[in-house]
Ligand binder design. Structure first.
Ligand SMILES: [Fe+2]
Ligand SMILES: [Fe+2]
Length: 371
């Protein structure tokens, strides 16, 4: 569990340039051409590419944007959950001592603004990382597939931005810890680290987080939006697993150890540092005092573990858990997330997450166009 010292370290890093519009990151990788155009040399990547071509949707026209979203009513619905949490703690002397339903409802609204904003920023990270993969991966089947993912990620940034603009009540700049993680992934010169950082770790976590929110929300537009995004994300994570499996089988122990350490460091950062510190500032509450209570919430601890439901089985499939005397397995045991190792890995799961009826919808449109 995060202790007070860790909290100080987390809070000591904050986004100091919240008005920044352009952020430049050095990309140290070589752009790779291949003259080997044999399509389907990697059949699973080829299959994923064909699937992706049929699974495109249009963020403007396929989602019910005319849905009325009553933020106040949504927030009020969740106030009972907070009350149950707060009743199990002694809030005397805490920033929440005098909070009533109104403050808890505002917190819910700000929390949604923050979460959707970070999803949007993370999606832009995926957009940039995948454009980089198009340049750096040496295989034509992977370049083809990555090109479809670039389009997917543009659509994801677009729909989260539109949801924030038209349905929520405010926007947050990128969280400093998320920004640092994305910078580290983009800066790395090794092509597989883009995949490991983005497709396996960040998108693995996002797929679990979207699934959690999808199950929880009663707002029909957001529910459908998340469901559509998840169907794409499952393909993206599968792309990471299918590409790296082949490559990692050929790496030495020393090279694998670097990847194991990278995966562990990213896990810790995502688990311990992605706190809604900016929300407390906006609510006029001292973030440290608030977070000391928040990190004790048993629901939060459970949520943090569930975020690893995709990452752990995918790391296992890549051989990352058990190489070098089970080094990463031991770390995941310490983190309390090893229980997910035999959950379905995403290279098998993506087909079950496809949107039913999407292909019919598309072919229906094609027929309409043709007539
Ligand atoms: Fe995405
Ligand atoms: Fe993605």
């Amino acid at each position: 569990m995060t202790d007070v010292l860790d909290l100080e370290a987390v809070l000591s890093v904050s986004n100091t340039d919240v008005d920044e519009v352009i952020h430049t990151v050095a990309d140290h990788a070589d752009a790779i051409f291949t003259w080997d155009y044999e399509k389907g040399a990697r059949p699973q990547l080829n299959k994923l590419y064909e699937k992706a071509k049929h699974s495109q949707w249009n963020g403007e026209t396929d989602l019910p944007w005319d849905t009325e979203v009553d933020l106040e009513a949504q927030a009020q619905l969740q106030v009972d959950t907070f009350r149950a949490f707060t009743e199990s703690y002694d809030l005397k002397g805490s920033p929440f001592e005098r909070w009533g339903d109104k403050e808890w409802a505002t917190l819910n609204i700000e929390s949604a603004n923050w979460t959707l904003s970070q999803f949007m920023h993370g999606e832009q990270g995926a957009l940039i990382c995948t454009a980089k993969i198009v340049e750096t991966v040496p295989w034509i089947d992977a370049k083809y597939y990555a090109a479809t993912q670039v389009m997917d990620e543009a659509r994801h940034v677009e729909v989260f931005a539109k949801y924030l603009d038209t349905k929520l009540s405010g926007y947050y700049p990128v969280n400093a810890h998320l920004k640092l993680l994305l910078d580290d992934i983009v800066e790395d010169s090794r092509w597989d680290i883009t995949y490991l950082g983005m497709q396996i770790m960040v998108e693995g976590l996002a797929l679990a987080a979207f699934g959690f929110l999808h199950a929880l929300t009663t707002e029909p537009l957001l529910k459908q939006l998340l469901r559509y995004v998840m169907s794409d994300e499952a393909r993206h994570v599968a792309f990471g697993v299918l590409s790296l499996k082949e490559y990692y089988e050929g790496l030495s122990d020393a090279e694998m150890f670097e990847r194991q350490q990278f995966a562990y460091e990213a896990s810790l950062r995502m688990r311990d540092r992605f706190l809604q510190q900016e929300v407390w500032d906006r609510m006029g509450v001292n973030p440290k005092e608030a977070l000391q209570l928040v990190v004790q919430d048993p629901g939060r601890v459970m949520f943090q573990q569930i975020l690893f439901a995709k990452i752990v089985p995918n790391c296992k499939k890549l051989g990352l858990l058990d190489r070098n005397d089970q080094w990463l397995r031991r770390r995941f045991e310490e983190m309390g997330v090893i229980q997910f190792e035999d959950w379905i890995d995403t290279s098998d799961e993506y087909e079950t997450l496809q949107i039913e009826g999407l292909e019919q919808l598309r072919s229906g449109e094609l027929r309409a166009d043709a007539s």
